[in-house]
Design a protein around this ligand. Structure first.
Ligand code: FAD
Length: 482
């Protein structure tokens, strides 16, 4: 017999208490609340959380549980197929309502649509909400009523429409149903153990709602004003580093939007600086438009001709790229930053991705998968959109023939070499003139810097000009076949 007074709140990519409409709906309904997180065995294998994401998830769930405890509830952890777990929990507790916030990945939509219909068939109230985007993928339409395929008009339409909804404060209390058994978080083994490679992640990040709020405040105090000029310099703390917090929903984009608007209104930061930042935040919505309207976007080139590109299968080259041993210092610095911190600066994501796709001719999906495993902000929409943008195969993508030059990119965006010296310490004594092209340094300069190419640091695995010509030839071949 279902009791009208019990609601289940199913947490997913919304690991927060404030501006959480599913939790707010359960509180407004009254009665006992069972907050649940499910380690979902139904997610397709390649898109289950990667190593870095699992570490983040552990920390974030533990933070969410502490927050719920303060309000009077306990997070119940279960593992299995989400629909079966929710079904079992409604039976165990007699819950008469289940609330969640929407996800937009194809597998999540399929799962949630079926679950909602099944619950409703059983007379259980099932409701879902928008918590994770400024606007849902079907809300901002082009002149023909379809989705935008180009970002700038999408951004203009977003600005021309109503402002994003006002975020809600956290509930004052949550009347938790505490008697339901769940797994222990430690038993999920989300944190690496042997070996424990997460030291760099722990040093860099504070997962959880509080950490997310602090990061936004710090960004507005210290970096927002100079965002436009410093956001492309990887050695600087010029961007917000909110991406993992946003991916896991520890802060909502509406909260970010509103806090920024308040900062503009009080005159604490310049409007043009903050709008440049909010424009990037809107790219996140745009990426979700792409995966919602083209559900196989994370797997297939949006422009199908790219599937007939003469890609190479070169395992050794792929491994050298993953390990940051390509012989191109800016590429290696980025790949090592990723490995140590679970994050990489956007400019360097573009450079490293371009190198894999265009200098090594390795399919973008392989790089996407490596990023998926190693990024703490691994996000199906943003990651796929980023990779397809660089490959030239995506909507509103950079043209294929725009091939990032890893030497001049390093010289332009890391002019003092601080970023390279930090992540590629074996080159730290090389003068700036040769830091991005150690192979050009005279023997005595290399000796003075303690560098022996091919021994202490790799020789470049491809010649830039030859690789560029090869990539352009491949592009021409693809065009002929299209
Ligand atoms: P800020 O500059 O402070 O921007 C604020 C927020 O806006 C970010 O936190 C992010 O949520 C959003 N944002 C910024 N730039 C982009 C963008 N180009 N596309 C979509 N959203 C954006 N971002 C992810 O969140 N997860 C990924 O898995 C991911 N993979 C990427 C792969 C490649 C190859 C590339 C080129 C980009 C990828 N990005 C990804 C986008 C971008 O690099 C990161 O969002 C950004 O570097 C995060 O740093 P930040 O929080 O300091 O960004």
């Amino acid at each position: 017999m279902s009791s009208p007074s019990i609601s289940i709140v199913w947490f997913r990519q919304d690991l927060r208490l404030a501006d959480n409409p599913a939790l707010a709906a359960a509180c407004a309904r009254g009665g006992k609340i069972l907050p649940v997180y499910i380690l979902d065995d139904e997610t397709p294998g390649s898109w289950r959380p990667g190593g870095a994401s699992r570490w983040w998830l552990h920390e974030s769930l533990s933070s969410l549980d502490r927050g719920l405890e303060v309000l009077g509830a306990k997070l119940c952890l279960r593992r299995g197929k989400a629909a079966e777990v929710i079904g079992a929990l409604t039976k165990e507790t007699g819950a008469s309502a289940v609330f969640w916030n929407r996800c937009y990945e194809a597998h999540a939509i399929r799962r949630d649509t079926n679950l909602k219909a099944n619950l409703r068939d059983q007379g259980i109230d099932a409701e879902s909400f928008n918590a994770n985007l400024l606007f849902e993928p079907w809300e901002i339409k082009n002149g023909q009523g379809g989705p935008y395929k180009v970002f700038t008009p999408f951004w203009k339409a977003l600005l021309a429409g109503p402002a994003p909804a006002t975020p809600e404060p956290p509930p004052a209390s949550v009347d938790g149903l505490r008697s339901v058994a769940g797994d222990s978080l430690a038993d999920w083994n989300l944190r690496p153990d042997k070996p424990d490679w997460a030291g760099g992640l722990r040093k860099q990040w504070t997962p959880g709602e509080q950490g997310a709020g602090q990061r936004l405040d710090a960004f507005l105090d210290e970096a927002a004003e100079t965002y436009k000029t410093r956001r492309d310099q990887p050695a600087e703390s010029g961007t917000s580093r909110l991406s993992p917090h946003l991916h896991w929903g520890e802060i909502s984009p509406r909260q970010v939007w509103q806090t920024c608007q308040r900062a503009i209104a009080t005159g604490s930061v310049r409007e043009d600086a903050v709008m440049a930042f909010l424009r990037q935040l809107a790219w996140r919505d745009f990426s979700h438009v792409l995966i919602y309207h083209w559900p196989d976007f994370p797997e297939k080139s949006w422009k199908p001709e790219y599937d007939s590109f003469p890609w190479r299968d070169d395992e050794q080259a792929f491994t050298a790229w993953c390990r940051g041993r390509t012989g191109y210092p800016i590429v290696d610095a980025g790949m090592r930053e990723l490995w140590h911190t679970g994050w990489m600066h956007n400019r360097v994501r573009m450079i490293t991705a371009s190198f894999l796709i265009k200098h090594l001719l390795i399919p973008w999906q392989r790089g996407e998968a490596w990023f998926w495993d190693t990024l703490v902000d691994a996000d199906l929409a943003n990651n796929a959109a980023g990779w397809q943008w660089v490959a030239g195969s995506g909507a509103d993508a950079s043209p294929y023939f725009r091939i990032f030059n890893p030497i001049t990119q390093g010289e332009k965006f890391d002019p003092q070499g601080h970023y390279i010296r930090r992540w590629v310490p074996e080159l730290s004594k090389l003068p700036n003139d040769f830091l991005n092209k150690p192979w050009d340094a005279p023997a005595e300069v290399l000796t003075a810097a303690g560098v022996t190419l091919g021994e202490t640091y790799p020789l470049p695995m491809v010649d830039h000009k030859a690789a560029r010509d090869r990539a352009l030839a491949g592009y021409q071949e693809m065009k002929k076949q299209a």
